[in-house]
Design a protein around this ligand. Sequence first.
Ligand code: ZN
Ligand code: ZN
Length: 149
Amino acid sequence: MHREDGLGLSPRKVEYLKYIHELGGVAKTNRIAGRFGVDPSTVTKAVDELARCGLLVHEPYRGVTFSDEGRRCAEFLVKRHRILGLVLSRFGLSGEEACSEASRFESFVSRAAVDRICRAMGHPSQGICGEITHESCRQAGGDAGREGP
Ligand SMILES: [Zn+2]
Ligand SMILES: [Zn+2]
């Protein structure tokens, strides 16, 4: 059920998915391993687990790509990172600090909380490390139609 609430993925898997997203949605496992300084077999294991739960497709030569569901999930992970990073930067952290601190705890923050924070911040369009999109927070919970007095 992690796909609905944004929880249940380990911090390391969250980092892998965000990195694949950053690369445009396709990556070789060796490249991921190089980026995170881990053994390629460690990445392969994680990638295969993500493939089993339907988020990634592992193709022998091409590498790793997202399923449709995986792409939506990764978009949320990136957004969550940027919203939480923005929160930290508004409370005194530098951009770099905000990014790295957010990466430490973001995987434990639910989608509902992220959407509410996003709304409370007025749906900011620019995070510290990139744009923030708002499909989920404007639709989720149906409260787009409940605004106003
Ligand atoms: Zn960042
Ligand atoms: Zn928003």
